[in-house]
Design a protein around this ligand. Structure first.
Ligand code: NAD
Ligand code: DAU
Length: 338
């Protein structure tokens, strides 16, 4: 297994690299990451000493020449594309970079994969491409795409290009769509780490609207196992949904975090709703169950315990990503090891 993993310094990418190197001792992973605000090279810095199994290159998925040369020189046989702009609120404030990375970047990566003749292109997408649900029903792989935010529109556009590259050029592609992840290494702008951080700091917790929007929460390692299964066993040209079978209203997630941090519910503040805020997501992942043997292993309460514990045990990580200081830490890290 010789993989080009893009966006490996982000939340899910970091967990995926650690998981693959643990479960496939012979694997080699080249991690290509642009190191935006969301990318933290320090997450996997220790692996950089093990050049037989891991290498890092700072670069943009939109740089086709770089990607082609990396695939050829390092004899990589598959691409796993995590790289993206991922935060919905940022996409509302500034959509252009979402079109650039998520659409143009993915298109360039597809072109590079085709030119370099990789065996498989695994594209990591999201349940948000399906839009929103009412109180009932679920998203299936056959549900028409109806994205509502600039973020989900850019992910849906990328999904269409992936499909087109399979249909038109015969590229071996697999697309995965997953629900909301939580777990270690998540940047503290997303609900779970943000609320845990604010609760710890005794600050108000901003809940959008009335807090009744529903998300389906999956522990990040379960998602990583799903991507691994899709990479190894997925059928070319197919889409696979993954979910955690753990639908929760946002307000209940926030209260669960407050309980774990020993803080009162009086810290909750209901604030102006997110524009175009999707009401409810719920994934049907029977296809992944049946074809890949996928099943989420972690229940929400245990997963949240582990997540809060991880942040409690890693205050330096949180401080460094908040201040951006991890970039300086890394310069120092390299100086010391040179
Ligand atoms: P993240 O924001 O934590 O990390 C994104 C990573 O991509 C960062 O390391 C960043 O530096 C890198 N990156 C950004 N632009 C790049 C570019 N042009 N070239 C190379 N690298 C670039 O994201 P995440 O939450 O880990 O999400 C990873 C993927 O999974 C995304 O494609 C996202 O859409 C998808 N996804 C996320 C969730 C979730 O709940 N977080 C759920 C389903 C799907
Ligand atoms: O569903 C998968 C998606 O999950 C991924 O594709 C995205 O990359 C990822 O960011 C996430 O998107 P969401 O918008 O669902 O996640 P976020 O953590 O931003 O918000 C979760 C819910 O919590 C959402 O209904 C908005 C609400 N929220 C969020 C924040 C940051 C609040 O009420 N207050 C907040 O401060």
């Amino acid at each position: 297994m010789r993989l080009l993993v893009t966006g490996g310094c982000g939340f899910i990418g970091t967990n995926f690299v650690l998981h693959i190197l643990e479960t496939h001792p012979d694997a080699f992973i080249l991690n290509l990451d642009k190191l935006t605000y969301a990318g933290n090279r320090a997450n996997l810095a220790d692996l950089e000493q093990d050049s037989e199994h891991y290498a890092f290159v700072r670069g943009d998925i939109a740089d086709k020449a770089l990607v082609v040369s990396l695939i050829k020189e390092r004899r990589l046989d598959a691409v796993v594309n995590f790289a993206a702009e991922t935060h919905v609120d940022r996409s509302i404030a500034g959509p252009a970079v979402f079109a650039q990375t998520n659409v143009a970047g993915t298109l360039n990566l597809l072109e590079a994969a085709r030119e370099a003749r990789v065996e498989r292109f695994l594209h990591v997408s999201t349940d948000e491409v399906y839009g929103t649900l009412g109180p009932d029903g679920q998203f299936f792989e056959t549900t028409p795409l109806a994205p509502n935010s600039p973020y989900s529109a850019s992910k849906a556009a990328a999904d269409h290009f992936v499909r087109a590259y399979h249909e038109t050029y015969g590229l071996d592609t697999v697309t995965t769509r997953c629900s909301n992840n939580y777990g270690p290494y998540q940047f503290p702008e997303k609900l779970v780490p943000l609320m845990r951080l604010k609760a710890k700091n005794d600050e108000p917790l901003p809940v959008y609207g009335d807090g009744s929007n529903v998300r389906d929460w999956i522990y990040v390692l379960d998602h990583c196992r799903g991507v691994e299964l899709a990479l190894l066993k997925g059928r070319a040209g197919e889409v696979y949904n993954f979910g955690g079978a753990a639908e929760m209203a946002n307000i209940d997630v926030v209260k669960a975090i407050l309980r774990r941090t020993g803080q009162p519910e009086s810290l909750i503040r209901f604030v102006a709703d997110r524009p175009g805020h999707d009401r409810r997501y719920a994934m049907n992942f029977d296809k992944a169950r049946k074809e890949l043997g996928f099943e989420p292993a972690m229940d929400f309460e245990t997963g949240l315990d582990k997540t809060v514990e991880w942040y409690d045990n890693n205050p330096a990580w949180l401080e460094s990503v908040q201040s951006g200081a991890y970039r300086e830490f890394m310069d120092q890290w390299y100086k010391e090891r040179r």
